[in-house]
Design a protein around this ligand. Structure first.
Ligand SMILES: Cc1cc2nc3c(=O)[nH]c(=O)nc-3n(C[C@H](O)[C@H](O)[C@H](O)COP(=O)(O)OP(=O)(O)OC[C@H]3O[C@@H](n4cnc5c(N)ncnc54)[C@H](O)[C@@H]3O)c2cc1C
Length: 592
């Protein structure tokens, strides 16, 4: 039973709380997109997703994809092709792109919040437009050196959704460590011929679009070893004259979840490709693509966490088991009480709700920063927004995917055995979400990015910008007496984060291995402080609403749970970081 409803009220609330009207609608490029228009767009997308894509979610999971070895083709589940055609016809692929390439020119934040709804309705399906979006972002910043497949030809086809993109990095011997890749690119006239094997390429082959454009990492003949010798190419499935380029799917993987998303082996058999950007600087466009993808992966946790929470709440409202521990709350007219009387059932629901709504707020904030980093009229504001995107993207990817998975598991627990059965969608959500901690750079790689790259970047400027945001909010929130406990808690935890950062930074300067040992715990501490910031931002906003306003009461109740029962985990993570590296480094590996 799929019962998901898009959380449009919360989305609107978040847009207001983070001052969409002043910050985003105020930008001339977005003058058309006031908040009502924004919500109309999201509402239309939500209707499509729940009416067309959600009904396919379960059947597509059961059917999976089929590999046809005779022609190396892949057949996607029943209904996918038609649903994609409708998705394209509705213009959903065009939302955040410039009108000169056929885009609608909407702010990225709307597309980002819309993708939550898309993923919740059908995660496997969402991955096809998601990958195209990453490719478009890479191509907007880097030149493809080709007449037929130059940016001006490719972008309109990708933005309209006629063609789709992929991201082809991984090889059998090279996952995290891309320096190990061996796919070769040999010069061929003004372009190249690529040979090698890529694995686990999402939608590497499919029957939903007319052409597929692969963004491929490969090595030129004279390339230096390792990561410094990687170049990026685009390799289309069909060439400009319609002939088949020899990049063939060699099979699809059978996996735990996202069954309707083909995960493909791709064999490049001297396939023609064109260079993107400069030779041996291939990681740059790939990082652009991956940054957008990382944000989306964090949203996967919010999307499926929300859908699972809604299923659990629906179940809980109906289920009767045992008696309330409080005699006054017992229902004299029934043999058992509704399970919502049990504090532990409420605990589980609030665990999921408070972290999920916090994460949605974080995503909304950072997606707005993404828009500001490109379009803010003030250079200083642009820089600050760009710093926040860089700093907090690894946190969204890692904490979003980890908490998302945990929240789905918690929702399943609310439902007892029913949640484990296929009568409810929660077991599918759990299977579909697990990969989010692994792909687009494992969660530990996000933590290394945060600690090893983002903290020291520009002499610690990113962290100072973040600290400045916290200070400004604490000042604003202090004006409301009712918020005093929350202000105090954020003050304590942001100071603790600062102390952890300084101590860890000092230790890491002496010994790099410390970073490897503590960064995952540090990221979690950082994420909890960031969510406390997001919650205090929401609380400050609800202070303007009437005391009996449902949204105000809802936010205060949920925030209270977050501050009193989730935020204390930040201290636990700080204590883990303080232990340092020895429990991991000074051990006998033979005893593992
Ligand atoms: C369903 C699915 C879809 C995918 N889609 C795509 C796609 O579209 N395109 C694509 O190119 N790839 C794709 N991938 C591949 C995915 O990105 C990789 O699985 C991922 O990057 C991790 O690489 P790996 O699996 O080789 O793990 P490994 O790199 O072998 O890592 C194994 C473990 O070692 C740890 N580890 C590795 N290096 C370090 C280090 N330096 N420090 C500390 N720990 C380390 C990792 O964190 C992990 O826990 C997909 C994979 C799956 C399963």
């Amino acid at each position: 039973m799929q019962i998901y409803t898009a959380p449009l009220d919360d989305i609107r609330f978040l847009l207001e709380a983070f001052d969409y009207t002043g910050k985003i609608h105020g930008i001339p490029a977005f003058a058309e997109f006031d908040i009502d228009m924004a919500m109309d767009l999201l509402g239309g997308m939500a209707t499509f997703c729940t009416e067309v894509l959600q009904p396919l979610n379960k059947s597509a999971d059961a059917e999976g994809v089929t590999y046809n070895p005779e022609d190396h083709s892949v057949t996607t589940p029943k209904g996918f092709k038609e649903a994609y055609a409708e998705y394209v016809e509705n213009g959903f692929t065009t939302l955040p792109y410039p009108p000169e390439h056929g885009g609608l020119g909407a702010p990225v934040v709307l597309n980002t919040l819309g993708s939550e709804v898309l993923i919740a309705a059908n995660k496997s399906f969402s991955m096809l437009p998601g990958l195209s979006a990453g490719l478009i972002d890479a191509l907007e910043g880097y030149t493809v050196h080709s007449e037929e497949f130059g940016n001006d030809n490719l972008l309109p086809k990708l933005i309209s959704g006629e063609w789709a993109g992929t991201m082809a990095l991984t090889e059998p011997q090279c996952g995290t460590d891309l320096g190990l890749l061996t796919t070769k690119a040999e010069p061929f006239g003004d372009h190249f011929k690529l040979s090698g094997t890529k694995v686990w390429i999402t939608f590497g082959e499919q029957d939903m679009t007319e052409n597929i454009v692969h963004l491929v990492l490969a090595r030129l003949p004279d390339a230096p070893e390792g990561i410094k010798g990687i170049s990026t190419f685009i390799v289309p499935k069909f060439l400009a004259d319609g002939t088949r380029n020899p990049v063939f799917c060699g099979g699809v993987d059978h996996k735990m979840g996202i069954h309707a998303s083909p995960t493909c082996v791709l064999n490049f058999e001297e396939a023609e490709g064109w260079l993107v950007g400069k030779p041996n600087q291939g990681m740059r466009p790939m990082f652009t693509m991956m940054n957008v993808a990382r944000l989306n992966v964090g949203i996967e946790g919010v999307a499926l966490g929300e859908a699972a929470y809604q299923a659990a709440l629906t179940f809980a409202k109906d289920r009767r088991q045992s008696r309330s521990l409080n005699p006054a709350k017992r229902d004299a007219n029934a043999a058992a009480d509704n399970i919502l009387v049990h504090p532990d059932v409420r605990r589980m629901l609030l665990e999921a709700k408070s972290t999920n709504e916090g994460l949605r707020g974080l995503v909304a904030w950072i997606a707005m920063c993404y828009d500001l980093s490109h379009h803010a009229l003030d250079e200083d504001e642009k820089q600050k927004a760009s710093d926040l995107v860089a700093l907090l993207t690894p946190i969204i990817k890692s904490f979003g995917s980890e908490r998302g998975f945990l929240n789905i598991s918690t929702a399943m627990q609310v439902m007892g055995g029913a949640g484990f059965t296929t009568d409810w969608p929660v077991e599918q959500y759990l299977r579909d979400e697990r990969i989010a901690m692994i792909y687009e750079g494992t969660n530990h790689i996000q933590a290394l990015d945060l600690v090893g790259r983002k903290l020291p970047m520009h002499g610690g400027r990113l962290m100072r910008v973040f600290a400045g945001e916290i200070t400004a909010l604490l000042r604003e929130a202090s004006a409301h007496e009712a918020l005093a406990p929350y202000v105090a808690a954020l003050k304590v935890e942001s100071k603790r984060l600062n102390d952890t950062t300084m101590t860890m930074g000092g230790a890491a300067m002496q010994d790099n291995e410390v970073i490897g040992a503590v960064s995952s715990n540090y990221l979690n501490q950082f994420a909890l402080v960031t969510l406390a910031y997001v919650w205090l931002k929401q609380l400050t906003h609800v202070m303007a609403l009437d005391e009996d306003d449902a949204m105000r009461r809802n936010k205060i109740q949920t925030a209270r749970y977050f501050f009193e029962l989730i935020l204390p985990e930040a201290e636990m993570y700080a204590n883990k970081v303080a232990v340092g590296k020895t429990p991991m480094t000074d051990i006998d590996v033979d005893l593992l």
